[in-house]
Design a protein around this ligand. Structure first.
Ligand SMILES: [Zn+2]
Length: 299
């Protein structure tokens, strides 16, 4: 982004912060505090691209989240949605794909700070050590996590989630057998690999066109506690907790702050997609994993 536009964006975000702060306080008092789920892909200083954020920028974003929000896991967020009561703005962290570089900086940082995180991986890419289709298409076949790295992350408290076997684009895959294999079998395969239950699924690409009903049905049949999209929306108390809406951990700090401080103009993206969802699919062991009780003035 050019410096002029960057400055303009930062100034605009700073200008709306007092209003956003009052708005968040009001929503919190009403029990309607927004629940934000961020998704990242790759944290590294080499090979920059649209789905990579530099290490220091990432640390700055985590510092910001820790300072101003509760950091909770997906199960706790679902519980607040189901109860229809959210008394504090909260943030969940997620990662998609499973890039090797994340084990060098991002995951150790989160583990060291005991910040909840769900890390979605593709089993075939891990087992075969093959790059992701989007990286190959970009001529940049970046390294994926090894199975040992995923097991170590799980042992250290990172929740591992399912992101299909082969990073499938369900807008192009309609064969039911393939869809079920990439979701239902992927779940059991991943559970065997990490020797733990896998509770959540994240749709590759995550836009509305990728969330087909055949795939959603397979997610339900597989027994997941919920699935994540990634088209940019908030989670609000009272909404179905099975569909977890996420937005991008934008490397541009002004945009990042704008999203987190609850930009109500973006609520139009909270449209309810026409899925058949289970009435309730909430974990029975909602142990709160709140790490940061502080909620002070947004900066
Ligand atoms: Zn992905």
């Amino acid at each position: 982004m050019n410096p002029f536009r960057h400055g303009l964006l930062a100034a605009r975000t700073a200008a709306v912060m007092p209003h956003r702060q009052r708005q968040l306080a009001t929503l919190s008092a009403e029990g309607n505090a927004p629940l934000s789920v961020l998704f990242y892909h790759r944290v590294a200083d080499s090979h920059p691209n649209d789905w990579t954020i530099g290490c220091q920028r990432f640390r700055r974003q985590i510092d910001y989240c820790e300072r101003y929000f509760e950091l909770i896991d997906l199960a706790e967020m679902q519980l607040r949605m189901e109860r229809g009561e959210s008394r504090r703005p909260a943030v969940c962290l997620t990662f998609d794909d499973g890039y090797r570089d994340n084990s060098d900086f991002a995951l150790p940082l989160l583990i060291q700070r005991r910040i909840p995180c769900t890390y979605f991986v593709c089993t075939a890419n891990i087992l075969n050590q093959t790059p992701f289709p989007h990286d190959e298409a970009a001529g940049q076949p970046l390294a994926v996590n090894s199975l040992e790295q995923i097991q170590a992350a799980a042992d250290a408290g990172i929740e591992i989630g399912c992101h299909t076997k082969h990073h499938v684009d369900f807008s192009h895959v309609h064969d039911e057998r393939t869809v079920r294999d990439e979701i239902i079998h992927a779940k059991s395969e991943l559970e065997n690999l990490i020797d733990r239950p896998v509770r959540y699924f994240a749709f590759p690409y995550g836009l509305p066109e990728h969330l087909t009903q055949v795939a959603v049905d397979a997610v339900i049949e597989a027994g997941f506690d919920g699935f994540c999209s990634g088209y940019g929306a908030y989670n609000l108390p009272g909404e179905s907790p099975f569909h977890i809406r996420r937005f991008h951990g934008d490397p541009e700090m002004a945009r990042f702050k704008n999203w987190l401080s609850f930009d109500s103009r973006k609520l139009r993206k909270n449209f309810s997609l026409d899925f058949r969802l289970p009435a309730s699919r909430i974990p029975t062991l909602p142990v709160p994993t709140t790490m940061t009780p502080a909620f002070s003035v947004l900066g």
